[in-house]
Design a protein around this ligand. Structure first.
Ligand code: NAP
Length: 296
């Protein structure tokens, strides 16, 4: 199965569906990545802050898939923001991954308590792009006002903005701002993982259990996760579901043989609560921001 691709605003193509590895324990990550590549995934989304870039690289090598066949996306953490720091963050990431070039390097989130460092970090990404060290650059967790401020202070429009996006939090204003500027929206927690991860509020409802999604899934003999991924893909978004379980890695890739109707897409859109489950990008998190990304 050749995974469909999306064309970024600089002409680079990216697989629409990929494997995320946030909270994939390092000891399980290489196996999950190799498993995913064996069944046809060609996009892996990691981050310096996930502390598993080394295992992602190991999984790619273990799968025996050529470097040019895999789209590697990773993220610069806030403690590495600044121009020189970001150039160095590229060196740290590539040495852990064991590759020379990255396909997509993005800023993990706006540092709202020191946005000038965010801008300087992005200017570092622009240099890496110009020097051919990365094929595309982008951002994550940027609200429309962050994007506007970034565009004011930099030259290259981000190729991607990766944001929390699942049926309970669809961020229409973010999607509209991205579209207006030619930025591809990539969904994190695309199947609502953040709505049931422990420690994020016990009174929340899991998207997985939603009756509407389950009904639509039943009608297609698919799972709620597969319906959510189909919803992203049919609406032109990239999605990067995480799993370390081989059965669920395969399930999340088996989404190309059915189509949701316009009515079903609209019913899923209508589930939006307007309430995020993950961290608010406008609220600085000093402890988390201070996390140091090791050299090796
Ligand atoms: P997610 O992919 O929506 O959900 C992952 C959770 O769902 C895990 O608990 C996984 O457990 C479970 N799962 C996976 N497939 C399933 C299926 N078919 N049926 C039932 N359960 C299933 O959430 P996420 O990990 O938060 O987000 C995905 C990726 O987005 C991350 O891995 C990361 O790459 C990225 N992300 C980025 C940010 C950011 O700030 N930029 C933040 C969060 C996430 P098992 O592993 O046991 O299957």
């Amino acid at each position: 199965m050749n995974v469909p691709t999306l064309t970024l605003n600089n002409g680079v193509t990216m697989p629409a569906l990929g494997l995320g590895v946030f909270q994939s324990p390092p000891e399980e990550t290489a196996a999950a990545v190799a498993e995913a590549l064996a069944i046809g995934y060609r996009l892996i989304d990691t981050a310096a802050a996930y502390h598993n870039e080394r295992e992602v690289g190991e999984g790619i090598r273990r799968a025996g898939v050529g470097r040019d066949q895999v789209f590697i996306e990773t993220k610069v953490w806030v403690s590495d923001y600044g121009y020189d720091e970001t150039l160095h963050a590229f060196d740290k990431a590539t040495s852990k991954l064991g590759v020379e070039q990255l396909d997509l390097l993005i800023l993990h989130q706006p540092a709202t308590d020191r946005f000038e460092k965010t801008i300087a970090a992005y200017q570092g990404l622009e240099t890496l792009l110009r020097d051919g060290k990365v094929r595309a650059i982008g951002v994550s967790n940027f609200m429309p006002h962050h994007l506007a401020e970034l565009l004011d202070g930099t030259q290259v429009v981000p190729a991607v903005n990766q944001v929390e996006l699942h049926p309970y939090f669809t961020q229409p204003a973010v999607q509209a701002a991205n579209a207006e500027h030619g930025v591809l929206t990539q969904a994190w927690s695309p199947i609502g993982g953040i709505t049931f991860y422990p420690g994020w509020g016990e009174d929340r409802r899991s998207v997985m259990q939603d009756p509407t999604l389950r009904q639509i899934a039943g009608e297609h003999a698919k799972t709620a996760a597969q319906v959510m991924l189909r919803w992203h893909l049919q609406q032109g978004r990239s999605a990067i579901p995480k799993s370390t379980n081989p059965r669920r890695i395969a399930e999340n890739f088996d989404v190309f043989g059915f189509t949701l109707t316009d009515d079903e897409l609209a019913r899923i859109d209508a589930l939006d609560t307007g309430v995020r489950s993950g961290p608010d990008p406008d609220v600085p998190r000093p402890d988390r921001f201070a996390m140091v990304i090791p050299e090796a």
